[in-house]
Design a protein around this ligand. Sequence first.
Ligand SMILES: [Zn+2]
Ligand SMILES: [Zn+2]
Length: 173
Amino acid sequence: MRVDIVPVGEVDPVVKREASNGLRAIYDCEVSVSDARAVPESAHDADREQYRAEEFIDLAKRVGRGTKNIAITPEDLYYHRRNYVFGLAYLSGSGSVISTYRLRTSSDGGFSDRSAGEIFSDRVRKEVVHEIGHTFGLEHCDNNRCVMNFSPTVREVDVKEERLCGSCQRDAL
Ligand SMILES: [Zn+2]
Ligand SMILES: [Zn+2]
């Protein structure tokens, strides 16, 4: 089983590395990184100055070489009525996406005394593990320490751990 990371736009090498490490640590999978793709301008909403997340999922599905594929982008994403999303995936689908745009903020998180760089890296790993979890059929988990807990703000991302709880672990793969 392979998970392919599809960078969309200018993705920091640190982000690609952290995403790969996070996925390898949690799932029994190989991880590859595709060539970077241009940001799909058709996904841009000029009024919102944001991008539609679904189109990034479609792109990952189309160009990714893995059984599961995850687009990673620095652009700001939204989905339907949600003002923004850190990521999106369809349950048991083959494509998914995360955005690093809002993961650098410290304003509404920050219970940690780790450096800003480490906190950002932690969030990247948690979000890729979370979205790929959905592609493995996992839904949101009520356990707020579980990586499958729903995290609408970085605060919840910081609270949760980088791994699946026992129950999600049993349901994955
Ligand atoms: Zn989710
Ligand atoms: Zn769980």
